[in-house]
Design a protein around this ligand. Structure first.
Ligand code: BDP
Length: 588
């Protein structure tokens, strides 16, 4: 799943802009031929969530149609043309000139269909995409589920704590490639003394036996190797003497260009290694701390739609706090985000949309497992060449049937679904490891969940809310509980721990002395307490505050104005006091 690029042999036409749009609550669109054009259409921005663009569509999650017309440049004739959707949440079907080109299930990941045979070269082409985001128990993530536990009795009925934005969230592009194209590249880097070793496997779209080459360039370096394709696959290695390694402090990128008889593709490559040793995470053999945030793709008006100015601003704000890392909670972020992370030197925990997995009935579990495996395959295919991605996360807070919030994961003999959960989660971890043995894999665990679910993780990732959901207002007791749990988990597993979530809802502008819950002072004290606790423990390899910014959640008694207010920045990106506490600890 290569990112479409423009060069001398490949083309790309971005269809972002204002499209025609119409909700189809009764599902008549297909039989009434809406793929040929919409009557009574309203304008909509693509990319963008429809929920934030129209007040009457705020809670609408049913079927809706996007249509636009476009010419395809005549110079593309003779090439293969694809239509690629960056993300459609949740289920989408693509039509070109009235013909069905294909369907895709699952948000936040790209898909493409070969539409060469459906195109008109002498007239405009009608592109239609129907999308729906109904909340269903068998979807990932799930909704409208009876057995959902937790405090999130909410509208809409999600099992997760963020707004279920719907629509085409990332650009729809047309792209062309030569008949025999470079279909996929896998780049693996290792370090040998002062040398970097870059190993490239290239796959063609046809099982051809042919020649090619690769060039790695950067600074004074320009290294070349031959590629001998057999059955469409070739592997080659280049050794980079005195390589400039990629890191969060010096995110140096080389240009890798692969050339075949007809095609050419250029990719950014960072030479780095990632490993675990005892309680440390090692980047290029040296201990590294992952300091930063859990985040969301979320903003006023754009919803979950790609918002480039916001993205650049958020990186600048994260840097201002001294952060060098984040988790793509709770779904893959845009490809543009990942490119920026490579360039800016952020260490990414890359997560599939498996938030709050439930272990209810065997049929539901089996169906979700199928979807999760597809999401792992698609995520790794998309992101495997990003040096910024250091860890795959296959689930956030899988949910036992009952929780022991006061203890550390002993539910007292009830049937918690622990065995079913363990079987499914270990299948997911194994799949990620099999597809990519070069990165770390993890599950982000829930407070009070079974510790046996951590056993197969390279790094223990813990979401903990001591001092908020438990022992709220009692930071001294919360500190003791946190210290106790961290030390116990370290003694048991002897692996690095990252606190992937800890946070306190905070109403910007609310103050208190003494500090009480919801005030800026309380959030500042809460975060300081966590960072001090971590600083005293070498085995804590990362601290990721929940959350970078306030974000849209579902309506409930837990979420003032429909917002989760655990951001250290407001939704409009103004700092709360806690942001300054982060700077004290992280800016070096
Ligand atoms: C954790 C979830 C996260 C929530 C957070 C919270 O992983 O999605 O937003 O709690 O309650 O359980 O703020």
């Amino acid at each position: 799943m290569l990112y479409p690029i423009q060069n001398e042999v490949r083309n790309r036409l971005d269809l972002s802009g204002i499209w025609d749009f119409r909700p189809d609550p009764d599902g008549f669109g297909e039989q009434d031929g809406w793929f040929n054009g919409l009557e009574a259409a309203r304008p909509i921005a693509m990319p963008g969530s429809w929920n934030e663009q129209y007040e009457d569509l705020f809670n609408y999650l049913g079927l809706a149609w996007y249509v636009r017309k476009t010419f395809v440049p005549a110079s593309w004739q003779g090439e293969r043309v694809f239509l690629r959707v960056g993300s459609a949440n949740y289920q989408a079907t693509v039509y070109v000139n009235g013909e069905r080109a294909g369907s895709h299930e699952g948000g936040h990941l790209p898909f493409a269909f070969d539409i060469t045979g459906l195109l008109r070269w002498d007239a405009e082409n009608t592109i239609a995409i129907s999308v729906e985001n109904e909340l269903k128990p068998t979807r990932v993530p799930s909704g409208n589920i009876k057995s959902a536990i937790g405090a999130f009795a909410s509208y809409p009925r999600t099992t997760f704590d963020f707004f279920p934005f719907a629509g085409l969230h990332r650009p729809v592009v047309l792209y062309s490639v030569p008949q025999v194209a470079i279909d996929d590249l896998t780049v693996v880097t290792t370090v040998d003394g002062a040398d970097g070793v870059v190993r490239v496997t290239a796959r063609l779209s046809e099982p051809a036996t042919t020649g090619g080459s690769l060039t790695l360039s950067g600074g004074a370096t320009a290294l070349r190797a031959e590629l001998a394709f057999e059955d469409g696959v070739a592997t080659a290695e280049v050794r980079v003497p005195g390589a400039r390694l990629w890191s969060d402090k010096d995110p140096y990128l080389y240009d890798l260009t692969v050339q075949t008889a007809d095609d050419r593709y250029t990719l950014k490559v960072g030479i780095r290694t990632i490993a675990v040793e005892g309680g440390r995470i090692l980047l290029n053999g040296k201990p590294v701390q992952l300091n930063g945030f859990g985040r969301h793709e979320d903003f006023i008006a754009s919803g979950k739609g790609l918002n480039l100015p916001l993205m650049v601003k958020d990186y600048a704000l994260m840097r201002w706090t001294g952060a060098n890392s984040y988790r793509t909670s709770h779904y893959p972020y845009s490809e543009e985000e990942m490119q920026l992370a490579d360039r800016e030197g952020f260490l990414i925990i890359d997560e599939i949309p498996a938030v709050s997995l439930q272990f209810d009935t065997a049929e539901n579990i089996a169906e979700r497992l199928r979807v999760c495996l597809q999401q792992i395959d698609e995520l790794i295919a998309r992101d495997k060449n990003h040096p910024s991605v250091v860890m795959w996360c296959v689930a956030n807070e899988p949910m036992p049937r009952t929780l022991d919030l006061a203890g550390a994961g002993d539910s007292g003999g009830e049937d918690t679904g622990e065995a079913e959960g363990k079987a499914m989660l270990e299948t997911l971890l194994a799949r990620a490891r099999e597809l990519d043995p070069t990165r770390l894999v993890t599950i982000v665990t829930l407070m009070g969940g079974p510790q046996s679910w951590m056993e197969q993780c390279d790094v223990i990732c813990m979401n903990r809310y001591w001092g908020w959901y438990v022992l709220g207002g009692e930071l001294d007791k919360a500190r003791a509980a946190l210290e106790g749990e961290l030390d116990q988990v370290w003694a048991k597993f002897g692996r690095p721990i990252i606190m992937t979530e800890f946070g306190a809802d905070t109403m910007a502008g609310m103050h208190g002395h003494p500090s009480v819950m919801w005030t800026e002072e309380y959030q500042a004290d809460y975060i300081r307490m966590h960072l001090e606790t971590a600083a005293a423990r070498d085995f804590v390899a990362g601290m990721q505050v929940w959350n970078f910014a306030d974000f849209a959640a579902v309506q409930s008694i837990m979420r003032v104005g429909g917002l989760n207010m655990k951001g250290v920045f407001t939704r409009t990106r103004q700092p709360k006091m806690a942001a300054h506490v982060l700077r004290e600890f992280w800016v070096r």
